[in-house]
Design a protein around this ligand. Sequence first.
Ligand code: PLP
Length: 398
Amino acid sequence: MTVALPDAAALDAADPLAPLRERFLPTDAVAYLDGNSLGRPLGASAERLRDAVEREWAGRLIRGWDDGWLDLPLAIGDDLGRVVLGAAPGQVVVGDSTSVLLYKLIRAGLALAAGRDEIVLSRDDFPTDRYVLEGIAAETGATLRWVEGDPAPDAVAALLGERTALVVLSHVGYRSGALVDAASVTALARAAGALTLWDLSHSAGVVPVDLDGWGADLAVGCGYKYLNGGPGAPAFAYVAARHLGLFRQPIQGWLGSASPFEMGQGYRPAEGIRRVLSGTPPILGMQALRPAIALIEEAGMPAIRAKSAALTTLAIELADALLPDALLATPRDPARRGGHITLDQPGFERIMPALWARGVIPDFRRPSGIRLGLSPLSTSFDEVEVGIRAIAEELGAR
Ligand SMILES: *Cc1c(COP(=O)(O)O)cnc(C)c1O
C-alpha cells in the first residue's frame, strides 16, 4: 500500500497568505529554501531604498539627520518591538551586526550582574555566539558553563547557581530548528538571580516572541533572515526598561552619548535605549526593514506561525516519503520547532552544485545536513515540493 503524498497545490489554494508572495521581487530560483539565511527582497524595499537615496540623501543632504535619520534606529526598533518582539516602546534599537551587539550586550550584562562570573551557553549554538563568549571569557575571566544538546529547561537549570551572571541562548537552534521554551528558561534564570540574553536570529519574524511577557533581560537578533532586511542589514538589540538606567556598554561612541553634538569632554551615556548605539547608524542599511516589518504586521504573527508550521510539516512528510534514508535532525512536533528543518544524509554536499544549477536553493550545513528554511511570506507549498523532489532526483542520480 502506498501512502498518498500531501497535496501542495491544495495547500497553496487554501493559504490565506498566498497573495502576499506577489509583493516580493521576482527571482530565477524555482525553489528558494534558504529564507532563513537571506530573506528575499520586497518590491517596496527597492522603492524605499531608491527614495532614501534620491529624496533623502541627494535632496536633503546633511539636513537628513534632523529630518529623522538620528531617530531611525529607535523608530524601527519600536516597530520591531510592537510587531515582532513583544516589547513595549523604548527598549529596542537597530544598528551594528548581531556579533557586535552580542559583544556589547554580554559585556553590559556581566556588568549588571556584578559579583557573578559564570555564563551559561550551548555547545550547539551558532558559531559567532560561542566565539564572542569565548573572547569575553578570556578578556574578563568569566567561566563558561556549556549545555550539551538542546537547551531544555532542566538542562539549563542544572547549570544555574549563585555564580551565574548570564544565560545566553538562541530561541531557535540554527541547525536543528529546535524551539527553546524561552519563558520557562527565563523564569528559571531569574529565580537563580541570573540575567538572560536571547539570540532571536532564527525566530524573529517567524515564531511569536514575547520578550516583555517572558521577563527577558536582553536580546539580539539578525535583520537579514526572516526580517528581509537584505545582505548585511543591521541587527537589533533589546534591553528591558528596568535595566536601562544602569546599562553600560563597552564601545562608548559619541552617538550613544548624552550630547554628541556638544563635542564635550568625558563620556556620559544617553538616556534610554539610545545608549546601546556607538557610532553613526547605517541609515541606508536599515531601510528595507521598514516595508518588511509592515508586511509582517499586515499578515499578523499568528497567521505567519500557522503557515510556518504547515510548511515545515509538509517538508517533513515529503522527506519521509521521498528521502527515506535521510535522518530528521528537527523535532517532529511543530510546537517544538521554528521555521526550518534539517535532514542529515551523507551525499548531500555532492549534490549542492547540481541543485543550484537547477535553481533549487537549500542550505548545506556540515557535515551532512541539508537545511530547508521556509520563510512563510515568500515560500509556497509547491516550492517545497519542487525542492524536495529535486533533492530526491539528484540523490538518486548519483
Ligand atoms: C545568523 C546568526 C547570526 C549572525 O551574526 P552576524 O554578526 O549578523 O553575521 C548570529 N547568531 C545567530 C544565532 C544567527 O543565526
